[in-house]
Design a protein around this ligand. Structure first.
Ligand code: CA
Length: 406
């Protein structure tokens, strides 16, 4: 979701509906007074009163948005868990099919913006699963809610005004403007303000429609990455090997010339030499015992699209895999790797068939699934941490051990 700093796509954690908390939050602010403020702001921004009265004036606050704003993740998810679902065999196969399907469009995008087609498709795949998960909440209602409640009202008021300008321009039909609770929408989950900076009409129908036009979405993604400083023909980076007991600098912001990394003993796994003046960072997303990466300028362009290291690395790696590249050579430092989406579904189906309540199996590891995993772990004498990994899946696949004779 381009332009956002603090929201990860809700791919893994279904919302916990704390209705009691939402009810408390819906009561205090004076909503009609807030709408009056928004009306005055819209007038100053040159938004027509027709647009405002047909949209903002007709919505009520969405309690699920208020609830989502207050939610903190219950625990931090290890990066290998994100990577195993964001870059799984199915997403690679689906992405290769899309590469074929949209080949002429992608060729035009490469020529117009100089951005590698595999990266364009990888952004699409990670942001919305190639258009399958674009968010279902009416965008204006979500943004009005976030403009009147919570801690970032000024930010969301700006996004609301941007959304109203999209509707005023006729680029996207009002009833189709739906998205995440935080305002990201369309095939590549742009924020409304980012839309105005980066969206292009790439199918030539005169409208920039990132909801129904895949060519517009792909062209706009390429334009976004170009504006973010994409360097044509350069890789995002590559996996590297650290010298034994490496304790030098790392992290996205610790940049230095490739020659300096070489001098520290960092080596490419494919045998090519690291060298030159180009600035690069050394990424150790799971510490020095896990995979290590040299990240070049194009990694930062991807990172700006969705400012979370796990998502940027997923987009970068998915692009490499779509191109025919290999999985990471070094294993993540865990004895319990994460699950693909197919395996998440299997996990839920096996829990359900053994009598645990996981709701409708949907591949999303929400609070009910986590509780079910914990209950199952107890029956097997495992630590009840609720972690949806390979170990608990293997336990579910094997019959319960016979009770010990007394
Ligand atoms: Ca168009």
């Amino acid at each position: 979701m381009a332009g956002m700093r603090f929201f990860a796509p809700a791919l893994f954690f279904a919302p916990t509906l704390a209705f009691a908390q939402a009810a408390i939050l819906t009561a205090p602010p004076d909503f009609p007074a807030c709408v009056a403020q928004l009306r005055a702001l819209a007038q100053r921004e040159g938004i027509s009163s027709e647009t405002f009265e047909a949209t903002v004036a007709r919505v009520d606050p969405d309690p699920t948005v208020i609830e989502a704003m207050g939610n903190q993740p219950e625990f931090s998810t290890p990066i290998w868990q994100y990577m195993s679902a964001l870059v799984d065999d199915k997403r690679i196969a689906d992405g290769r099919a899309q590469l074929k399907l949209w080949s002429p469009t992608l060729e035009r995008a490469e020529k117009a913006y100089g951005v590698d087609r595999h990266v364009i498709i990888a952004v699409w795949g990670v942001e919305s699963n190639y258009g399958k998960i674009m968010g279902r909440r009416p965008l204006v209602r979500s943004l009005v809610t976030a403009s009147c409640y919570g801690k970032r009202q000024n930010f969301f008021r700006g996004e609301l005004m941007s959304a109203l300008k999209i509707l005023g321009s006729g680029d996207i039909e009002a009833e189709l403007l739906k998205g995440s609770w935080a305002g990201a929408f369309g095939h590549t989950q742009l924020m409304p303000s980012t839309f105005h900076r980066t969206a292009v009409d790439f199918d030539g129908d005169g409208r920039r429609d990132l909801v129904t036009s895949i060519p517009d979405a792909l062209g706009s993604t390429a334009n976004y990455l170009k504006l973010a400083g994409w360097q044509t023909g350069q890789p995002w980076g590559y996996e590297v090997k650290l010298p034994a007991r490496y304790s030098g600098p790392s992290g996205r912001k610790n940049r230095q010339p490739l020659d300096d990394w070489h001098a520290l003993g960092i080596r490419r796994l494919d045998g090519k030499t690291i060298g030159g003046e180009a600035n690069a960072a050394l990424l150790l997303p799971a510490g020095a015992r896990g995979p290590a990466f040299i990240a070049l300028r194009n990694y930062d362009a991807i990172y700006s699209y969705n400012t979370a290291e796990s998502y940027a690395l997923a987009i970068a790696h998915l692009a490499d895999r779509l191109r025919g590249g290999a999985p990471f050579r070094k294993a993540w430092p865990t004895d319990d790797p994460g699950l693909s989406r197919a395996q998440r579904l299997e996990l839920q189906e096996r829990l359900a068939s053994q009598g645990y309540d996981v709701g409708e199996p949907d591949g999303l590891i929400g609070p009910r699934t986590i509780d079910a995993i914990k209950a199952f772990q107890v029956t097997r004498g495992m630590q009840p941490d609720g972690y949806a990994g390979q170990r608990v899946l293997r336990a579910l696949q094997s019959p319960a051990p016979a009770p010990k004779p007394k």
